[in-house]
Write a protein that binds this ligand. Structure first.
Ligand SMILES: C[S@@+](CC[C@H](N)C(=O)[O-])C[C@H]1O[C@@H](n2cnc3c(N)ncnc32)[C@H](O)[C@@H]1O
Ligand code: SF4
Length: 458
């Protein structure tokens, strides 16, 4: 299944016209619209309103890495010493205890995810200690999935054993690109052999669900280098692959200035790279999930996509069905029925807030009915490339009609065959799929407000 099949000349014109910067829509409204009106008091109220019908998903953020990649857009800090991590962990454990103490009955924890930074910077003992602390404070279902982001460089067998003992079920491994020249430019030297050995060990200890993260649009990448990387990745047989377009945001991540902007592939080259990679992955048996993930047909993400159960959250595409996402750690974002809460990002501020108040929320967003409707529409479009008036009306009543006025307008103005509209289903066509972020942004009630800059939408 060619993911992005378009004639070259036409494709060039489409990119010129539609590849505008746009949000990645891992939430709606997006984080730049969060405000201080949502504070610790709001979070306490929202936590207390969680009831026995609501299942939980827990996210723990570890904002440390022992080496810094120049492309990195994550909330992380470089540290050569372990003491900042050792100082941070008791604070996160305090936050976990305090939040758990605010909860009455819940339907239990369905999913745990540790992200970063690099959660695998933790020593084996600290990994086990943190996992045990979570299981002691929350009712974690025996069937709960536990995924963790892994930097495979320097991962010893002891750390891998500790992950298995902690109950990890899925490992998400950062690769980005296997080309030695590209790795030099982005300050990330990571051999294929080392990556392969870590995956072998993970499988040996029983962690068989493997994801791999790749990036296109990095300086030094070419069509042939990304194709060679995909071929190597296929040898590792991950069940999922996340293929991110490099987000160049040096005004936010100043270390990205280490990269020479003159070497960045332009929108056309980025498009070609993503298309080649997508085509190779699909030819190799992977299914395209949304705009930038791939999964084998028997992976739960593929099953969720086929069943219309695909979701999008701060980790990207997910099959996580939980009603509430609780975020722990510096910069973590939570999502409750009432809205979003966002912890302080600087670790010093986060630690002080937890020490003084037990919670570290500094801003967030209380969802209004119109936000919930638009959030639903944008999530369905970015997951399914389609929205149905009938389904939207069943959930939101006549308010949904306003959305379909916008949809009708987009369809009327569409000169390029990017969308289809038959009065019930508004669908993004194969040709329109690469521009899904731009199309979603037309349903975004906040985009024009504020001075927010976004990364390239293609
Ligand atoms: C927290 S890291 C993964 C775990 C570990 N720290 C590592 O790098 O191996 C999350 C992923 O985000 C992606 N990422 C980071 N910075 C990015 C950027 N500027 N643009 C696009 N993707 C990015 C990378 O693919 C990376 O693997
Ligand atoms: S990409 Fe991963 S390892 Fe590299 S700096 Fe970012 S979080 Fe750390």
């Amino acid at each position: 299944m060619p993911a992005f099949g378009t004639h070259r000349g036409m494709q060039h014109a489409l990119i010129e016209k539609h590849a505008k910067p746009a949000p990645r829509y891992t939430s709606y409204p997006t984080a730049p619209h969060f405000h201080e009106g949502v504070d610790r008091a709001a979070y306490r109220r929202w936590l207390a309103s969680i009831n026995a019908s609501q299942s939980l998903s827990l996210y723990v953020h570890i904002p440390y890495c022992d080496t810094l990649c120049w492309f990195c857009g994550c909330n992380t800090k470089y540290t050569r010493k372990y003491w900042p991590v050792a100082d941070y962990l008791p604070v996160v454990k305090t936050e976990i205890s305090k939040v758990a103490a605010h909860l009455a009955e819940t339907a239990g924890v369905q999913t745990i995810h540790w992200g970063g930074g690099s959660p695998t910077i933790l020593t084996p003992d600290d990994t086990l200690d943190l996992a045990t602390h979570i299981r002691d404070r929350f009712d974690v279902a025996p069937s709960a999935g536990f995924s963790i982001e892994i930097d495979p460089r320097g991962m010893g067998a002891d750390k891998i054993e500790a992950l298995a003992t902690a109950g990890v079920t899925r490992a998400s491994i950062g690769v980005q690109d296997f080309d030695a020249g590209v790795q030099m430019i982005i300050n990330r030297r990571q051999s294929f052999e080392e990556t392969k050995d870590v995956i072998f060990e993970l499988r040996r200890v029983g962690i068989e669900k493997i994801n791999i993260d790749l990036i296109y649009g990095l300086p030094g990448q070419t069509i042939s280098s990304v194709a060679a990387t995909v071929a190597k990745v296929q040898e590792l047989m991950p069940s999922r692959i996340a293929l991110f377009g490099y987000a160049h945001v040096p005004w936010m991540k100043t270390h990205q200035r280490m990269l020479d902007e003159a070497m960045l592939p332009d929108a056309h080259a980025r498009f070609e790279q993503s298309r080649i990679m997508a085509d190779l992955l699909c030819a190799g048996g992977y299914e395209l999930i949304g705009m930038d993930h791939f999964a084998l047909p028997d992976d739960p993400l593929s099953q969720a996509r086929r069943a219309g159960r695909l979701r999008r959250n701060f980790q990207g595409y997910t099959d996580d069905p939980a009603d509430v996402l609780l975020g722990f750690g510096a910069s973590a974002i939570g999502k409750l029925r009432e809205g979003y809460v966002h912890n302080a990002t600087p670790t010093a501020e986060y630690k002080k807030l937890i020490a003084d108040h037990g919670l570290a929320v500094v801003n967030g967003y209380a969802l209004k009915p119109d936000d919930e409707l638009r959030a639903y529409v944008i999530e369905r479009l970015i997951c399914d490339f389609a929205i149905s008036r009938q389904l939207a009306r069943a959930q939101f009543g006549a308010a949904a009609d306003e959305i379909f006025l916008i949809a009708g307008g987009i369809a009327r103005d569409d000169e390029d065959g990017l969308v289809d509209w038959d009065d019930d289903v508004f669908r993004i066509t194969k040709r329109g799929e690469p521009f899904v972020r731009s199309i979603c942004s037309q349903f975004d009630g906040y985009l024009e407000r504020g001075n927010v800059r976004h990364s390239m939408a293609v």
